[in-house]
Design a protein around this ligand. Structure first.
Ligand code: FES
Length: 321
């Protein structure tokens, strides 16, 4: 009797390799966002290994390697093991002989060509879309050193609202504001307090709680010709956020409202008598003030995220800034 389709073994059998391959691809995508230097290569390695194993399984029949087919499920009692074993070279052939001249069944050829074509089309559609989605987020990342002009412009003991461009070529999107006070010298080195105006709740721009002397605003040029605006201010009452009422003292410590930590600050250098702004960093809180301040400093973290205390366990990963 002709074997029915449902009685034929399924080949190849189930395998974890496609799942491993998918996990590798997922790892690459997550790694591109979280840690492109470590997690993405690990994901690539996983995808390559499992992809290779998957392809090897799928092509076993064509390569003539032994296949271990999965038998279809059948009802009824399990086959008896009492019958005497039949030698392999006797009895009926287990599989029908191939047609003369037929090496690969046509159904298999069509099955693999359809899958292969589907994979190629899927790749052609998905890879460029993913690339356009992910790559722009990684271009022009990082924080350039921003020249803010001669240090002597920053009168000792006074605060200045200082507006500058992080990447002048990108226009207003890179416009930033920092509150800067020259604290004089500490151990022979210049000391400055440079506080970011990004609220530590959701990122709104905080404002000084005190007069901003717009009539004394000064426009200066950075070393590369970029425009910098300096406006004297007296943030006697610290800083306030207009969005949800977050309040900070003049060192940027949270005083009240929804912010979860102090205001971020900037690193700096003084090069040839000019103030050069470096990378921003996050601050849990500041003890003391001015040149005597002890800053509890952390890697730059998103608004609303704790950097210390037990709550920090909720923010284990940081996307690139
Ligand atoms: S964004 Fe500043 S308090 Fe909410």
């Amino acid at each position: 009797m002709e074997p029915q389709h449902g009685d034929r073994p399924h080949s190849p059998g189930p395998s974890v390799h496609p799942i491993g391959f998918a996990a590798g691809v997922a790892c690459i995508l997550v790694g591109l966002i979280i840690n492109p230097k470590l997690i993405a290569p690990i994901g690539a390695a996983i995808a390559i290994v499992f992809g290779f194993l998957w392809a090897r399984d799928a092509t076993k029949e064509f390569r003539g390697a032994p296949v271990h087919p999965v038998q279809p499920e059948r009802g009824g009692p399990p086959p008896s093991t009492d019958a005497a074993a039949v030698p392999a070279d006797q009895g009926e052939a287990a599989m029908p002989e191939p047609e003369p001249g037929e090496r690969f069944p046509r159904s298999k050829f069509l099955e693999f060509s359809t899958l292969g074509l589907g994979g190629v089309i899927g790749g052609l559609v998905t890879v460029p879309a993913l690339g356009f989605m992910v790559i722009p987020a990684y271009r022009k990342q990082g924080y350039p050193m921003v020249d803010l002009g001669p240090l002597t412009n920053f009168t000792e003991g006074k605060w200045f609202v200082t507006k500058f461009f992080m990447h002048p070529e990108t226009g207003d999107v890179s416009h930033r504001t920092a509150y800067i006070r020259n604290n004089g010298f500490l151990n022979g080195k210049p000391s400055l307090t440079i506080i970011s105006n990004r609220c530590a709740h959701l990122g709104c721009p905080v404002q000084p709680n005190g007069p901003v002397q717009d009539n004394q605003a000064k426009e200066i040029k950075g070393k590369n010709g970029q425009e910098i605006t300096m406006i004297p201010t007296i943030p006697a009452g610290g800083y306030g956020c207009p969005c949800h009422g977050g309040q900070y003292d003049s060192e940027g410590n949270r005083v009240s409202g929804p912010p979860v930590r102090a205001l971020d600050r900037y690193d700096f250098e003084v090069v040839d008598g000019r103030l050069v702004l470096g990378k921003p960093y996050s601050v849990a809180h500041v003890d003391g003030e001015g040149k005597n301040a002890r800053i509890h400093k952390y890697k730059l973290t998103g608004p609303g995220e704790h950097v210390d205390g037990w709550e920090q366990i909720f923010y284990p990963l940081q996307p690139p800034h």
